[in-house]
Design a protein around this ligand. Structure first.
Ligand SMILES: Cc1ncc(C[n+]2csc(CCOP(=O)(O)OP(=O)(O)O)c2C)c(N)n1
Ligand SMILES: [Mg+2]
Length: 577
């Protein structure tokens, strides 16, 4: 066998079923090896390495296993960087394989020569070049362990062409995979009993506790235990954008997303009122804390995270626990049950106050959703999405204004990763390819790709991939012919001086049709439902172009903006990152 055959063997040994990638001269041996194993692993050809990476990222988020992307050397490796970085900073397990120059050609100005190990260093959790074909099995096992274990992340292996074509011999034992590391959260370490005692004590003393659930709940598959805690001990839950879906959002003490992107005034009031905040798997960055104001200074904070690096980093904490979230909750539920006698009705007043706030929030949103307008009002579109979809629907969203709308106006009917957003970098151009990855991982789910028109422009080549694979994804383009999010910043904080934010209208329905995808325009509120229903009834890729109100006429649900639009420009201050 060749080195490249061993590479494919090691992927199969770790139960990899799909690999996203683009071919290149230096990767021909790997492609040849894939070609011989199509029954075990499907190679999905894409039209751009960045998109291939985002597909692997979306895939990993919902498949609960590492997403695998492969690229050619040089230009291909350079193109995949944004996606590797997004996965790494969002703690998504990803394995990126880049083929590399034959080692004897390094530093000779050969075509595609770039130091790929150096290139990936700052965007990966672990990264190496394989310099000896005999080390392929060992280093692949390490790659899967590093991607999935502890704080998950992206790993990169550079595979020089001479290693890929090198003849090797391995026994079946040497080519073994480690089953646990082929899926997320393979190692479950838990809290100490003293940790749990302190937490139970704090809940005993508290009269207004709240849970702040972040992306770690998804990564730890902690839904059931969190549900038991929320429902069993009557503790309200707020989530970060990444943690959306930690609990089903129709529960009467599920407050929804908090923070500056998709959070609400009511949600902020609720968390600010809490006297005890149990933070589960959140980085507590400034989007979540709105510049450290979301959590009351007098509140006690318990922070649980699988990694030590983020503990107490942004907010002082009373109790710091390095533990798998699910393991922590299992232990806590057990101990709280023993203490329940004293906790049974302790939070009743708090819960009814929270419930009233949630009702207030809902009334406000429903009122907004009944407002009329010439072009489509995005909140009405997102309201219809919630109404017309079932609990087996994944919403993949882009940065720009789709993010706050999705975060605040679509309540998820079931706990789980039904909401996929790239919150590490908020890079445009994510939702189109990530939706492809999601649909490949979850063929039975309905998948929406909710794109800003700038994002569409950055990603559209892979509409061909969706068409070629026959993936019935519903692509939605919110057409406002501008970088709407940025334009709103100029409107509110730069005296309405609009600079470098507008672009020409394009006929995106014709573009989608050019890719062979059925497409329609939705240009007013009256046609929203009909358009969505049409798309839902198709069993092939569809495209909805939604002409939305321009951002100069209204503000999206970004809390800081909603507040600032009501005050004169001199009283406004842009949130800084
Ligand atoms: C790759 C990338 N470049 C630039 C930005 C900065 N940025 C954030 S939102 C935004 C505008 C988004 O426009 P669009 O996708 O059309 O959505 P809209 O805000 O108009 O709804 C820009 C340029 C970014 N997030 N990602
Ligand atoms: Mg736009």
């Amino acid at each position: 066998m060749r080195g490249s055959d061993a590479v494919v063997e090691m992927l199969i040994a770790h139960k990899v079923k799909h690999v996203f990638g683009v071919p290149g001269d230096t990767s021909m041996n790997v492609h040849d090896s894939f070609a011989g194993r199509t029954a075990e692993v499907q190679h999905i050809l894409t039209r751009d390495e960045r998109n291939a990476g985002y597909m692997a990222d979306g895939y990993a988020r919902v498949a609960r296993k590492p997403g695998v992307v492969e690229t050619p050397s040089g230009g291909g490796a350079l193109y995949v960087i944004p996606a590797v970085s997004e996965a790494n900073n969002s703690c998504i397990p990803m394995i990126c394989l880049s083929s590399d120059l034959t080692m004897s050609s390094e530093q000779t100005n050969a075509l595609t020569d770039v130091d790929q190990e150096m290139l990936f260093k700052s965007v990966t959790k672990w990264n190496t070049k394989i310099r000896l074909a005999s080390k392929i099995p060992q280093l692949f096992r390490k790659a899967f362990r590093m991607a999935t274990g502890g704080v998950p992340g992206a790993v990169h292996l550079a595979l020089p062409e001479n290693i890929l074509e090198h003849p090797v011999e391995f026994s079946a034992e040497e080519l073994r995979g480690v089953a646990s590391t082929s899926a997320q959260a393979p190692f479950r370490y838990g809290p100490t009993s003293q940790d749990i005692d302190r937490v139970v004590d704090l809940f005993r003393q508290s009269s207004r506790p709240i849970i702040l659930a972040g992306g770690g709940v998804h990564l730890s598959d902690a839904y059931e235990q969190l549900e038991q805690f929320r429902a069993g001990f009557h503790v309200p839950v707020v989530t970060t954008v990444n943690g959306k879906g930690s609990v089903q959002e129709l529960a009467d003490n599920a407050v929804g997303v908090i923070g500056s992107n998709g959070g609400s005034e009511e949600g902020l009031t609720i968390i600010q009122r809490a006297d005890l905040v149990l933070v589960l798997g959140s980085k507590l960055n400034n989007v979540t804390t709105m510049g450290k104001v979301a959590i009351n200074k007098d509140a006690k904070v318990i922070q649980v995270d699988i990694g030590e690096a983020g503990i107490g980093l942004n907010i002082p904490v009373e109790v710091a626990i390095v533990s798998d979230v699910n393991e922590f909750l299992c232990n806590l539920n057990r101990e709280m049950l023993a203490a329940k006698g004293r906790l049974a009705d302790q939070y009743d007043t708090w819960n009814s106050w929270v419930r009233n706030k949630i009702i207030e929030k809902r009334k406000r949103i429903e009122q907004e959703m009944s407002t009329d307008s010439g072009l489509v009002l995005p909140c009405r579109f997102f309201g219809a999405l919630e109404r017309l979809t079932d609990d087996n629907t994944v919403f993949v969203g882009d940065a720009g204004t789709p993010t706050p709308y999705l975060s605040s106006y679509v309540r998820l009917k079931r706990a789980g990763r039904w909401n996929v957003l790239p919150r590490a970098h908020g890079s445009l151009g994510y939702a189109l390819p990530a939706a492809i990855g999601v649909k490949v991982a979850k063929p039975d789910a309905t998948v929406f790709s909710l794109m800003g028109d700038a994002s569409l422009g950055m990603a559209l080549g892979d509409l061909e991939t969706a068409k070629r694979l026959g993936l019935p994804i519903i692509f939605v383009n919110f057409e406002n012919n501008c970088y709407g999010w940025i334009k709103t910043i100029q409107r509110l904080y730069f005296d309405e001086k609009y600079f470098a934010v507008d672009f020409c209208p394009i006929d995106s329905v014709a573009v989608a049709k050019g890719f062979g995808i059925d497409a329609i325009n939705i240009s007013d509120n009256a046609h929203i439902e009909e358009g969505i229903k049409w798309a839902l009834s198709q069993e092939k890729p569809t495209f909805l172009n939604v002409a939305i109100e321009r951002p100069t006429g209204f503000v999206p649900p970004v809390l800081k903006w909603e507040r600032d639009v009501k005050v004169p420009p001199s009283g406004r201050k842009k949130l800084t990152y």
